[in-house]
Design a protein around this ligand. Structure first.
Ligand SMILES: NC(=O)c1ccc[n+]([C@@H]2O[C@H](COP(=O)([O-])OP(=O)(O)OC[C@H]3O[C@@H](n4cnc5c(N)ncnc54)[C@H](O)[C@@H]3O)[C@@H](O)[C@H]2O)c1
Length: 419
């Protein structure tokens, strides 16, 4: 049973096509309003109400008495297919994650990003949407169209970019995450299965006060040094807490509260190095940039000191670990947030290895004091024992094996024609 109509809504100034989707036995309704009926995609018409007059469009209020007819409920159930949602899917991690989830089979992937995904990536998805995670209408459309069972919320403005536009970063990194957490909670409410929410945080969530403390601290644990110095780090740390709040305490005083509405799981990534994609906007980018520059025959001026040390891992390891955490038995998880990393070299050690494999590489060190200060506030190493104990995280590579087995062969193949 499909209800679609065009109504005149003076307060909003014109004609609108509308649609309503009910969920959770009439506890809430979702409304989509479009400037023109022709903008409603077919797959959108999957809701229904007993009496459309219960909707008061001028005030945008909805009668809570009306509920879906049995036919409408059946239709809604029949038309909404189950899916895994990836936000920020066009980025470096999204690229690897789509391949891995698709390769594992059995996953219907819905992907969103501000930019259009590459054709190869699009082919692996059930559907892709170009849109902003701050746009609640887009997220509401997803809610109406799919039963989302798992969310990988990757969309973010990274650490360097965020320092140029801190308020925008806050809007995207925090506002976007809040929207997605809300969407996840509504999904659980609508289909009754606890949505899994996987969130990549970062070593940027840490803040060490000075280099001496950093050197003395060694490999630090998740709850150590929780005072980040960047907007991105503040955003990540707050979002970790938001996730924990939604998972355990969301609407804790409401009568119709659903306990443990989300299954929130978070990894704090170190710097990630991919052989397939070149990063932009991050402060750990010097490592991948150095390797890609050498392989493509370009000189590279490293923006941190030779002795700058932070943890890293390869992109496939990060994806593998993320999926391992996602599939871990919930009863084994003693916390929401886990450190993961594989090796913790200095920038100089990375440069030396790059020169071993690419003897013509021209690498100089020209530290940018501000970016160096950010790296100085991040840990030299992190303790991954909680991830090892709870869900069996195991680094696959040392720095040397990452170069030998993963980075060099793949990067050489990628740049072959220009080397
Ligand atoms: N790459 C790393 O080294 C690293 C390290 C630690 C944590 N992380 C985290 O992993 C996640 C993925 O990182 P990545 O390396 O793929 O970053 P990326 O910059 O390559 O990708 C982020 C994607 O998010 C999209 N995006 C940005 N703003 C958006 C918005 N408002 N709406 C929709 N999409 C938007 C961008 O278009 C981009 O495709 C991020 O949350 C990041 O903070 C990455």
């Amino acid at each position: 049973m499909i209800h679609q109509s065009t109504v005149v809504c003076e307060e909003m100034g014109g004609n609108y096509a509308w649609e309503v989707v009910w969920g959770g036995e009439g506890r809430y309704a979702w409304i989509a309003i479009y400037p023109r009926p022709s903008e409603c995609p077919d797959s959108f018409y999957n809701g229904g109400v007993e009496n459309p007059r219960d909707l008061e469009f001028g005030l945008m209020t909805v009668s809570r008495k009306a509920g879906p007819t049995t036919a409408a409920k059946q239709e809604q159930g029949a038309r909404r297919s189950s899916a895994v949602l990836i936000t920020g899917a066009g980025g470096e991690v999204g690229h690897g994650l789509i391949c891995a989830l698709h390769g594992a089979g059995g996953n219907s992937i819905i992907a969103t990003d501000l930019r259009k995904l590459e054709p190869d990536q699009r082919k692996m998805c059930l559907e892709t949407f170009v849109g902003d995670v701050c746009d609640e209408t887009l997220l509401d459309r997803l809610l109406a169209m799919y039963e989302i069972t798992e969310i990988y919320h990757l969309a973010a403005l990274l650490s360097t970019r965020a320092e140029f536009k801190p308020e925008t970063a806050h809007a995207v990194n925090v506002g976007g995450t809040l929207n997605l957490l809300h969407l996840a909670a509504e999904q659980t409410r609508s289909h009754g299965r606890r949505v899994k929410f996987i969130f990549p945080s970062s070593i940027a969530a840490y803040g060490l006060p000075d280099v001496a403390t950093k050197e003395k601290a060694g490999a630090i644990r998740e709850d150590d040094y929780p005072s980040p110095t960047t907007m991105y780090g503040c955003n990540k740390q707050y979002c970790e807490n938001l996730g924990r709040y939604y998972a355990r305490w969301y609407r804790q005083l409401a009568e119709d509260r659903i306990a443990d509405i989300l299954d929130f799981r978070c990894v704090r990534y170190p710097g990630l190095i991919s052989s397939e994609t070149v990063p932009s906007g991050g402060t750990s980018d010097y490592a991948p940039e150095m390797i890609h520059a050498a392989a493509s025959g370009k000189p590279y001026a490293c923006f941190v000191r030779e002795d700058a040390r932070i943890p890293f891992m390869t992109m496939p390891e990060a994806i593998e670990a993320t999926l391992k955490l996602a599939s871990a038995d919930a009863s084994q998880l003693t916390r929401c947030v886990y450190n993961i990393s594989s090796f913790a070299p200095t920038a100089g050690e990375i440069a030396n290895l790059v020169k071993e494999y690419f003897p013509k590489a021209e690498i100089t060190f020209q530290p940018d004091q501000q970016r160096q200060a950010i790296v100085d506030s991040w840990p030299a190493d992190i303790d991954c024992s909680a991830a090892q104990r709870d869900w069996g995280y195991k680094p696959r590579h040392t720095l040397e094996s990452a170069f030998e087995e993963y980075l060099v062969p793949n990067i050489k193949a990628r740049y072959e024609p220009s080397v």
